[in-house]
Write a protein that binds this ligand. Structure first.
Ligand code: 5GP
Length: 189
């Protein structure tokens, strides 16, 4: 998506350790207009997937996921990083956070994820694929299927995307970063 690539070039910052900072329009301050346009792109790509639900992980996935859910007229389920007292029966898994370098327990209520669900996983970044694998684990526990995965930005040098595609998942990314070394941002055409 040209509009996203242009924003990454003009406002993104390549930090040490292969981290892209896009806090001015995705991860801290958000550009709702751009977010909506990115969701329109996903809604178009996923229109034939027969999905029943959008799933994401709090917090940064929620904004794109909710617009996709709005456009596709589907419920949006966000997996929680803490299990609230109100959640009685749940599926849980663990995930390693790339940016925070710590483990989280992810929980989702058994009420909202069923064996007949066809899920679209939406997230801001695809790096090593840890978040995606955690969603795969939760889906397996519930018997639900993952029919597509959509990421705003994929960092191809971290191989999560390659592994998921090799496993047969329908993975879409709106911008692909091939390299962030030497604080430069190399975007794929
Ligand atoms: P993965 O789980 O694929 O290893 O990493 C993806 C998750 O880590 C995303 O949910 C995102 O929040 C975070 N993440 C990974 N790489 C980056 C990055 O370069 N910049 C930012 N802002 N977040 C990232």
């Amino acid at each position: 998506m040209e509009i996203l690539k242009n924003r990454i070039i003009s406002e993104g910052k390549s930090l040490d350790g292969g981290v892209l900072k896009v806090d001015s329009f995705i991860n801290h301050q958000m550009d709702a207009n751009l977010m909506f346009k990115m969701a329109e792109e996903f809604a178009e790509r996923f229109k034939d997937c027969m999905a029943t639900k959008i799933i994401t992980v709090e917090a940064s996935g929620i904004a794109p996921a909710i617009f996709v859910g709005y456009l596709m007229n589907l419920p949006v389920l966000f997996v929680k990083k803490k299990n609230p007292k109100t959640m009685v029966e749940m599926y849980t898994t663990t995930v390693h956070s790339f940016t925070k370098d710590r483990e989280y327990t992810l929980s989702v209520s058994k009420e909202y994820i069923k064996a007949n669900d066809k899920l679209i996983f939406i997230d801001d970044f695809l790096a090593g694929g840890n978040a995606a694998n955690a969603i795969i684990d939760l889906a397996k526990q519930s018997g639900a299927n993952i029919v597509a995965m959509g990421f705003l930005i994929e960092k191809s040098f971290q191989k999560g995307g390659d592994t998921l595609r090799e496993k047969g998942y329908n993975v879409h990314s709106l911008a692909v970063i091939d390299d962030l070394r030497n604080n430069k941002i190399i975007l794929r055409d």
